[in-house]
Design a protein. Structure first.
Length: 506
């Protein structure tokens, strides 16, 4: 058993942890939209206007803050006017990115906005830069957000919606370095300025425009975007062409061409996964450092709008549908990601896990009329108290909580803390596959009253939930005790624990 100390300063407040760091992503990919969110009004699955209600209920329990749509790669072949008007008249299209399947466009703009209203989530719409036009995206903004009278307003009203919606978040393209057009950074940056110019603020709907940013550690791409709005090392306020820029990072255990099984992995695979997951800290630090040179006051947000694990698809499923199981390993990837997100809260404005239903690291898996909450779902639920909370500094001293993994070293303890409405939430992960950890929470600058704890773990790292059996779910944790100066946690191997308590004294 390793021993460690986590020093938590209860009286030193850090940046706010935006609720949008707990965002989600729904692409027209596999069974995410059709069969996941959308079943149609004639389905025997309980629905409201075609949107399945069991999925809505499950996601509302997470306080889901935003939902990104329609892609992903799909966004840059999606033409929004094909998805409005009477459904029986909407033209069909081929989803060339994902499975080469035909889509009937029954789930379009109005259906997506209805879904967001049911979820209580803000919409985040990714516009088509790769195969679309400036006019097309400009008119989509107008259609959704303009009041009064105009061609797009009249069209919206003809389709049954009198009042405009509030849509703050707009993505200017997606992965323009790859599936969104295979562009050079300089060309993509020019397009970002152009498209952003014609994505107008209508009335009091103020847009947060997110330029298509880098993959992984491509810091040069980020610098090229920042050069469009500011100057090197100067104090000038950045130009307002766009308010954020994106980055994408996926956690893999091996090379892209051999990602490995979601469930059939060994301990070495697990540790390689955790090293890959922890790399997001270095990635975010690198992009933030570049942005700081051009924007020292951090007025431009970094948006990690695709993150999560990516494994080989489940045997017998369409390889273009990216359906994978979700184990305790995936949950620990999520828990350590959130600790890192909290650390970067001053610059990181939003993060969107890929994806919400039936695709990649999903919250939910559906099978006909049955629904499964994955281990990752439970991490989001246990951590939801961090949304819009004030971060608290956490310093972990744990020389013994470390594993050598190939050429890398893995810190096997991860932690973060926050305070909101007088309640402190502490999240801790023991990433060691085999060894428990004795962790002292050294609480400074205040005391906590009535602490309670919950744990997410299982007997095996490969444990996962199915329609017939839930083997990974949170439960009350009895490994919490009082200690001089704080609290003590006895953490089992491969476990995620949250502690909540009232702050009683500064």
């Amino acid at each position: 058993m390793s021993t460690a100390t986590a020093i938590i300063n209860l009286d030193i407040e850090g940046p706010t942890i935006s609720r949008h760091l707990y965002g989600h992503f729904a692409e027209h990919l596999g069974r995410c939209v059709y069969g996941g969110f959308w079943v149609g009004e004639d389905s025997p699955v309980p629905n409201e206007g075609g949107i399945r209600l069991d999925v809505v209920e499950a996601l509302r329990a997470l306080d889901i803050p935003n939902l990104r749509w329609p892609g992903g790669c799909f966004a840059d072949e999606y033409h929004w006017q094909d998805g409005i008007g009477p459904r029986e008249r909407r033209p069909r299209m081929v989803n060339t990115h994902w499975g080469n399947v035909e889509e009937n466009n029954h789930f379009g703009t109005h259906e997506f906005m209805a879904l967001c209203e049911l979820l209580g989530a803000e919409p985040y719409i990714s516009g088509n830069v790769g195969s679309g036009t400036v006019r097309e995206m400009s008119e989509w903004v107008e259609y959704l957000t303009r009041d009064g009278d105009s061609p797009m307003v009249r069209l919206r009203k003809e389709n049954g919606r009198e009042e405009p919606w509030r849509v703050t978040y707009w993505g200017i393209g997606n992965e323009t370095w790859g599936c969104g057009g295979n562009m050079r950074a300089e060309y993509s940056a020019d397009l970002a300025r152009q498209y952003a110019t014609y994505c107008r603020d209508h009335g009091d709907n103020k847009l947060y425009r997110i330029a298509s940013g880098a993959s992984d550690a491509d810091y040069k791409w980020t610098e090229t975007l920042m050069q469009q709005i500011s100057c090197f090392g100067c104090e000038a306020t950045p130009k307002t062409f766009f308010q954020g820029l994106s980055v994408h990072y996926y956690t893999l255990a091996g090379p892209w061409e051999a990602k490995g099984s979601a469930t059939g992995f060994d301990t070495d695979d697990y540790y390689r996964t955790m090293v890959s997951a922890r790399r997001i800290d270095r990635i975010l630090t690198g992009h933030s450092t570049v942005m700081d040179v051009y924007d020292p006051h951090r007025t431009v947000g970094l948006v990690l709008d695709e993150w999560g694990t990516w494994w080989d698809v489940e045997p017998g499923t369409d390889p273009g549908f990216l359906f994978q199981q979700n184990t305790l390993r995936d949950a620990l990837v999520a828990s350590t990601h959130f600790d890192i997100f909290h650390k970067h809260a001053a610059r990181l404005h939003m993060a969107n896990i890929a994806q919400t239903v039936n695709v990649l690291q999903a919250m939910i898996l559906t099978d006909g009329d049955r629904l499964v909450r994955t281990p990752t779902y439970h991490v989001f639920e246990m951590n939801k108290g961090h949304q819009d909370a004030t971060s608290l500094p956490v310093h972990v001293r744990a020389e013994g909580a470390r594993r050598r993994v190939g050429d890398a070293e893995l810190d096997t303890l991860s932690a973060s803390a926050s305070i909101k409405d007088g309640k402190v939430l502490i999240s801790v992960s023991n990433l060691d596959a085999d060894e428990p950890a004795d962790l002292l929470l050294d609480l400074r600058g205040g005391t906590l009253a009535g602490p309670t704890a919950r744990i997410l773990t299982a007997d095996r790292l490969q444990a996962h939930n199915t329609p017939g059996a839930t083997t990974v779910a949170p439960r009350e944790f009895d490994g919490l005790s009082d200690a001089a100066g704080g609290l003590r946690l006895t953490l089992p191997p491969h476990s995620f624990v949250t502690v909540q308590a009232a702050l009683t004294q500064h």
